[in-house]
Write a protein that binds this ligand. Sequence first.
Ligand SMILES: *Cc1c(COP(=O)(O)O)cnc(C)c1O
Length: 470
Amino acid sequence: MLHDLPAEDLFDAASTRAKAYLASTADRLAAPSPEAVAALARFREPLPAAGTEALDVVRLLDEFGSPATVATTGGRYFGLVMGGALPVTVAANWLAAAWDQNAVFRWTSPVAAELEDVALGWFGELFDLPAGFGGAFVSGSSMASVTALAAARHAVFARAGWDVEEEGLAGAPPVTIVVSEEQHPSILKALSLLGFGRNRCIRVPVDDQGRMRADALPPLDERTIVCIQAGNVNTGAFDPAAEICARAREAGAWVHVDGAFGLWAKAAASRASLSAGFEQADSWSTDAHKWLNVPYDSGLVFVREPKHLRAAMSATAAYLLEGEEGAREPSHFTPEMSRRARSIEVWAALKHLGRDGVADLVERCCAHARHFARGLQARGYEVLNEVVLNQVLVSFGSPESTRAVIAELQSGGICWCGGTVWQGRTAMRISVSSWATTAKDVELSLETMDRAARRVAARIENVPMAGRSR
Ligand SMILES: *Cc1c(COP(=O)(O)O)cnc(C)c1O
């Protein structure tokens, strides 16, 4: 028999454990130990017939789960483009979990809908979005791009006199999809989910930083969707938006911006020349769980003319009561119906930071990235990209050496970086996206990288030439 523990005791226990976990992140290794990962086997069991005390469930999670987490909340995790979670957003998330709101309709959660309205208004200012734009809260940039491109699909087919929501794609008039050679895979996935085959996209060549070459754009017309990006996932480079948007505008084409992390450059005055022109687009996708540092999952989509988004997303049935006249009904703009109230943490982050705080967060990460680049160059390593934002690509010599340095760092756990191949060169990626990263973290990471690179060099030099794998 399970006894009924008062819920307060349970929550106290969980919060004590969570606080201890968070307090440990500064010193905890960036990646879990192989032992901790192996110990996850503790969770593998047949579905138990009898239940377990709630307190024991939480204890099991902490004892075996916490050690097997990746310390993305710490200051020395530089993999992918992740970010941590600002303490205020974790606290808001706890309260929101207690509320257990369904953000589908205004009437299922007035507070979630209100905070969506408020945050959308603030994003309009922060990202320089056009008056009257519409938007929605989704799971991440991937889903934001699916949502935005569904709106784009509606618009371009409507111009061709075709109702794509009713008639589908079979027998539809042709449309043109333009992407760059460096498009993020999530855009190609979004296009494929929407029935635009990946092989049917026109791929525009890029320059040495991965920027779409505006001079290589194909002819555009009002049945064209052009996908551009603010922030290449490797170099951080921005497509020349002003030029591309001007061309698209003249032709009546739709421009979608993948700004998963790069759109946040709009918030930072020092990045204004990079982010200029992106406000001329027709739709934008971005993440809050990356650079705004809110808990997973949290993405945002914005569309210049909300009617296209609404036409693509709206679903009605008699049991779905209409909300008040005039108020924005969240479900009209999202692919999901029931969903968690992401606006709570997003609002909390913006309210806590203010415009200056968001700017400072972005500027700080960019400064740390420059610090990394200078530190690596000073130690004799080659930085492969122009460090214009928060991304640094570094080579430690041969592909083999670079891969070996990455492996050493990942197993050492002081800092965590991933690898990539950039225009034929094997590189290590450093992405600075967390509020928690300090100059001290950067210095410690630089020293750790340098030591790993020296060890690798010594080892590889001791291996006879014939033994090297190329
Ligand atoms: C992370 C990222 C995405 C995908 O975003 P998710 O939130 O992971 O779905 C898309 N584009 C770029 C440039 C990204 O960095």
